[in-house]
Design a protein around this ligand. Structure first.
Ligand SMILES: Cc1ncc(COP(=O)(O)O)c(C=O)c1O
Length: 413
């Protein structure tokens, strides 16, 4: 047993967290979820792999069935300290939350959040700028279940109240939106939802709880694709849902019925990633902002969609509600063809071409948001490119992009 428990009371409150002086998030990512009674004092929880848990007697086995087996070794599907520690850490990053469940991917987490609150006959209001697989889930699985979906403009704000109908049960937000980065008025939407008895679900992957505390802004279920910044090294898939105390029992029971298990190996990688997330995010933020500002000065670029730049739709909401930015944004080329955009991307030396983001390495992706929009299609001067800015020196990345813009110009002239 470690001699200096970080959680002296065993109730999730930190010994260093006082009402007068809550610890900062940079400290919290270091201390969160570390319970010596789970790890015998080992700093990062080891990988505990398990399916069967053995009991000494039949009586012990039966006793195991009694009461709540959350955070108790029971059967592999209920997890081990490797998973509990990470889930607890994510709960601590959303002060006041009831608990967190982990899933084998971000999309699995989105599915669990939706299935926690929706039943046949319900209506879902889904932001038009949601991640495409979230839309596919609404248009496929949910529709088959008898749940209807209406899409809404990400910039609707408090106007959402007019869309809430008798059957509306949940509002799904993603802020900033995928590919186009519109920032939503989360407090206004959450207030309208509460007033009408609707649940709000937010995909908070871009900001993470370090840049946007979802529950403090009125959200009921906060989803993270931990695959991105929590893991941070592009080597594991993982998702999470963090719930208010009111929704936590329902999230827990729905998740148990779904039977999804996050692998202890992946949780171990994510716990390791979490410890450096605050410092990594600082660098992602600084480098991405520098590159976004540079791109905004270039004649080849029509528009830069980065929530920290004034031209981004919802920028003033980002300033009001967020404490920082991360490393993902898009830019629109000043005309040109798909082939010219490919010439720009194909020749990049430091940017990989591939899906996902949030890792230590930079990525560039051709994106066409109008294919995934129903109610909020915005005019675009040319093809769009999404950049994930990694931890390389931004001066090297700018030189790489400058050569790329040159290739675009030659292919366009
Ligand atoms: C905003 C957003 N949410 C959710 C996901 C899904 O996460 P995963 O790839 O872990 O399923 C992604 C993946 O790119 C994403 O960009």
């Amino acid at each position: 047993m470690g001699r200096r428990p970080l959680d002296a009371k065993g109730d999730g409150s930190r010994v260093s967290d006082t009402p007068d002086r809550p610890v900062s998030d940079a400290t919290r990512v270091v201390t969160a979820g570390r319970r010596p009674e789970w790890t015998n004092g080992i700093v990062n929880p080891p990988v505990w792999r398990a399916s069967t848990i053995l009991y000494d007697t039949v009586a012990d086995l039966r006793a195991g069935l009694a009461g709540d087996s959350h955070h108790r070794l029971f059967y592999g599907r209920r997890g081990t300290p490797t998973q509990w520690s990470l889930a607890d850490a994510l709960t601590e990053l959303e002060p006041g939350a009831g608990g967190t469940i982990l899933y084998p991917s971000g999309v699995a987490a989105v599915a669990a959040a939706l299935l926690t609150v929706l039943s046949p006959g319900d209506e879902l209001l889904l932001v038009d700028s949601a991640y495409d697989p979230t839309r596919a889930m609404a248009d496929g699985l949910l529709r088959r279940m008898g749940v209807t979906t209406r899409y809404y403009d990400p910039l609707i704000g408090g106007g959402i109240a007019e869309l809430i109908a008798e059957r509306t049960r949940a509002i799904f937000l993603e802020s900033p939106g995928s590919l186009t980065f519109e920032v939503q008025d989360v407090p206004a939407i959450a207030a309208a939802a509460r007033a009408r008895g609707c649940v709000t679900i937010l995909d908070n992957t871009w900001a993470t709880p370090l840049h946007f505390r979802a529950l403090e802004h009125g959200i009921d279920l906060s989803v993270l694709a931990c695959t991105k910044y929590v893991v941070g090294h592009s080597d594991a898939m993982l998702g999470s849902v963090t719930a208010t105390p009111e929704l936590w029992p329902r999230l827990l029971s729905t998740s148990r019925q779904l039977g999804q298990v996050a692998s202890p190996d992946d949780c171990w990688l994510a716990s390791r990633g979490l410890r450096t997330m605050a410092i990594r995010l600082k660098q992602h933020e600084a480098s991405a902002l520098r590159i976004a500002q540079w791109l905004a000065t270039r004649p080849e670029v029509a528009e830069v969609l980065h929530p920290a730049l004034p031209a981004c739709p919802g920028h003033e909401l980002w300033r009001r509600d967020f404490t920082g930015a991360s490393g993902l944004f898009s830019f629109v080329l000043n005309g040109g063809t798909d082939a010219a955009r490919s010439a720009l991307i194909d020749g990049l030396a430091l940017f990989g071409i591939g899906y996902s983001w949030g890792g230590f390495e930079s990525l560039a992706l051709p994106v066409d948001p109008h294919r995934h929009r129903s109610v909020a299609k915005r005019p675009q001067a040319g093809p769009m490119v999404r950049l994930q800015i990694g931890l390389e020196d931004p001066a090297d990345l700018i030189a790489d992009l400058e050569a790329g813009l040159d290739r675009w110009r030659r292919a366009t002239d």
